[in-house]
Design a protein around this ligand. Structure first.
Ligand SMILES: *Cc1c(COP(=O)(O)O)cnc(C)c1O
Length: 451
């Protein structure tokens, strides 16, 4: 048994290229469709809001895509991120399993999102863009993009889901420190926002609304592009640096996972960790990948695999994905980053063809796991990441049941130091589980486009 608790890579061992799983998919992806014509989209349809390099990555079939030196340079301020053996958690669980976690909360913004934010800011800067518009749910993505824009000299406009804007004032402060402009969504700034406010003046907002506002903003200005923090193929591509590093770190430790676990909102953190291992699986390795989502927004476990819009105003391309319907309003659970109606087309297709697994948990059991993790390992996890912890703990308990060892690798996608209000609620016994009745799910699916 290896004894080191922390497994580091040197700077020179950081991956030089991202891994593009599109090159190895056994079943091809269904094309994205134009929201108006319902025909497959081409690069020119995306050009008003994305730089050409990212559009190329979106559809690339190349297995490896080099990380530009300017992006690698920025990565090196915290990457390679540590891989840590959760020795104290293993003891507390009295399990024969080995549990490793990849700590993405060590990034300067406290989550994995900076991995793609830097890449997206860089390619937009190269393309002569001056300003990026985006949405943010819980605030992690807006924080990452604000920082990345500041590094590359771009302006950043963030439409923040209103309920989070009110619940998490320090997130706004954080973004403003890096020069980002933040407004609560729905806002009066866009036609999409005004349409929602006309019908629901007290709307709490949702990611689907905020995306509409940001896309509309970007489409209306030639100096502005749009940036998305998850879901799209190029975003997952950038996140593969997580899994590539983890695989190299485990190899150093003489180990390989039986199971890889990550929480799943739009799929970038899960895909980023899992795809290099799914590639090994295509080559015959026996490794399972488990995506964990909240029971209050059960996209993979209870949604349908169908074409749907990415936003409420139907401005985005229609994508084939697991979805709860673009009008689905998830309950206000604390894992704000996991409250998206849809999912990455790549993750969705892999799940549909049974290359990966999914499960869901309620928020209270996730917070319970997060507290155990904090008290054993000494890091307060982001509420999103607590879903992965719960998933890893269940794998470790299953190993104990079987009386067999099992090597578990999970992503600690972020820290929870700006989410302590959520912990307050949990510790005060105020946090409730929110059921998601079948009738609500069935109704949410009424809005799917007929293609
Ligand atoms: C945004 C976020 C998630 C969910 O991200 P996806 O990549 O969209 O699945 C998970 N954990 C943290 C800490 C986040 O900030």
């Amino acid at each position: 048994m290896q004894k080191e608790r922390k497994i580091f890579l040197s700077e020179s061992e950081m991956p030089e290229a991202w891994y593009n799983i599109q090159a190895d998919l056994p079943e091809p992806l269904d094309p994205a469709l134009h929201p108006g014509t319902l025909q497959p989209i081409g690069p020119q349809d995306l050009a008003p809001i994305f730089p050409m390099e990212l559009i190329k990555q979106e559809v690339s079939q190349e297995r490896w895509i080099g990380i530009p030196e300017e992006v690698r340079d920025k990565y090196l301020s915290w990457r390679p991120s540590p891989l840590i053996r959760a020795v104290e958690l293993e003891k507390a669980l009295d399990t024969p399993a080995k549990i490793y976690y990849k700590y993405e909360g060590a990034s300067p913004v406290g989550s994995h999102k900076l991995n793609t934010a830097l890449a997206q800011a860089y390619y937009n800067k190269q393309a002569g863009i001056k300003r990026l518009a985006t949405e943010t749910g819980a605030g992690q993505w807006g924080s990452a993009l604000s920082m990345a824009c500041s590094f590359f000299g771009l302006e950043c406009m963030v439409y923040m889901v209103k309920v989070s804007y009110q619940q998490k004032p320090y997130r706004r402060s954080f973004m403003e420190v890096f020069g980002g402009s933040v407004i609560p969504s729905p806002s009066e700034m866009t036609a999409s926002g005004r349409a929602v406010l006309a019908q629901h003046p007290d709307s709490n907002g949702s990611l689907a609304i905020a995306i509409s506002e940001a896309v509309e903003d970007a489409a209306a200005r030639s100096d502005t592009n749009y940036a998305l923090g998850s879901v799209l193929n190029h975003v997952l591509l950038h996140q593969t640096v997580i899994g590539l590093e983890a695989r190299a770190q485990l190899e150093k430790a003489g180990d390989y996972p039986d199971v890889v676990v990550a929480c799943n909102g739009g799929g970038s953190n899960f895909g980023g960790m899992a795809f290099p291992f799914v590639a090994d699986r295509f080559q015959g390795k026996k490794v399972r990948a488990v995506a964990v989502e909240p029971s209050a927004c059960p996209t993979l476990t209870r949604g349908v695999f169908a074409y749907d819009f990415g936003d409420l105003a139907k401005l985005t391309p229609i994508m084939k994905m697991y979805t709860l319907g673009h009008e689905f309003m998830p309950a206000g659970i604390h894992a704000g980053g996991l409250r998206y109606h849809g999912d990455s087309p790549l993750v969705s297709a892999l799940y549909h063809h049974k290359h990966i697994e999914a499960r869901s948990y309620n928020q209270r059991e996730c917070f319970e796991s997060a507290i155990l993790f904090a008290r054993t390992e000494g890091i307060v996890p982001a509420p999103e990441s607590s879903h992965a912890i719960k998933g890893a703990i269940d794998e470790a308990l299953a190993a104990r049941e079987e009386g067999k060892s099992r090597t578990i690798l999970f992503t600690l996608s972020g820290n929870g130091y700006l989410d302590l209000a959520a912990y307050d609620n949990y510790l005060a016994g105020k946090l409730v589980d929110v059921p998601c009745p079948q009738s609500e799910l069935t109704e949410g699916l009424q809005c799917l486009p007929k293609v």
